[in-house]
Design a protein around this ligand. Structure first.
Ligand SMILES: [Zn+2]
Length: 264
């Protein structure tokens, strides 16, 4: 029980740092200096106003000095990071090598997803970090281990994942261009899919895309239903792919879960 609370708290603090990355990396600013400040009035934020989630609630989402609203992104990212860190710890505490790979990968995906959500851009930097984590961590990766008999086999499974992930979405991109005469898939999505393959293997690639399509469709219809978007509105797909990958990293969902009679 102590471990679960500790990892929830640790996740909240890490989430607070991820927020800084989300705001400063796209602007090419340092993530270390200057210390946290209000984006409107520039006042440096005191430590007691910088406690994850709690401070935002106590300040009712407004800067203490200038009363400018503070984005709900802050507590949301902190809470998501805290909850995911806690869940992964609870599920994998008996196998810490995977935690050491999965958690940094998860944090990279959170930063990437929120930036994609806000700007519709996926920086290849994040995908490359994820590919590296996937390849280096492959011998301890429970998505790959059941299908390989050695370290080399695990690295091979990860490599096959990269090829299936990047290759399949590249094929979709080429087809889309032929049919719709415009780019249907972003270049960033191709490298991101390669990264998901490195972390989840080719089985995980298939189910990550299926879960992403499902979650993305639900989200899209919710927006249309709430009249926040039209049918033709563009939508970032990266965050949904990351959600699918995160589910697979928590516990691999094999394609057979979707195709009941499949031989996979
Ligand atoms: Zn302010």
């Amino acid at each position: 029980m102590f471990g679960i609370i500790f990892f929830f708290g640790l996740g909240l603090i890490i989430g607070s740092f991820l927020n800084v990355c989300i705001f400063r990396l796209p602007a090419d600013e340092s993530i270390v200096f200057p210390p946290s400040h209000c984006l409107k009035c520039g006042t440096q934020i005191k430590w007691y106003d910088n406690i994850p989630v709690v401070s935002w609630l106590l300040l009712r989402g407004k800067c203490r000095v200038c009363k400018e609203p503070i984005s709900i992104q802050y507590p949301a990212v902190e809470l998501i990071t805290g909850v995911l860190t806690m869940l992964f710890y609870a599920h994998w505490s008996h196998y810490w090598p995977w935690l050491l790979i999965a958690l940094p990968a998860l944090y990279t995906m959170i930063v990437m997803s929120v930036i994609d959500f806000k700007t519709m851009m996926i920086s290849d930097l994040f995908s490359i970090i994820l590919v590296a984590l996937g390849l280096i961590g492959s011998p301890w990766n429970p998505c790959l281990q059941p299908y390989a008999y050695s370290w080399a086999g695990c690295i091979g499974q990860s490599g096959i994942g990269i090829i299936t992930g990047a290759g399949s979405i590249w094929a979709i991109a080429v087809l889309g261009k032929l049919i719709y005469k415009k780019d249907a898939v972003g270049e960033g999505d191709i490298i991101l899919m390669g990264a998901i393959g490195a972390l989840c293997g080719w089985r995980g690639v298939i189910t990550s895309v299926m879960m992403a399509a499902l979650l993305g469709t639900i989200y899209g219809f919710t927006l249309i239903f709430m009249k926040k978007a039209g049918r033709g509105s563009a939508m970032a797909f990266g965050p949904f792919l990351a959600m699918g990958a995160a589910i697979n990293m928590y516990q691999l969902v094999p394609p057979s879960a979707f195709f009941f009679l499949s031989p996979f």
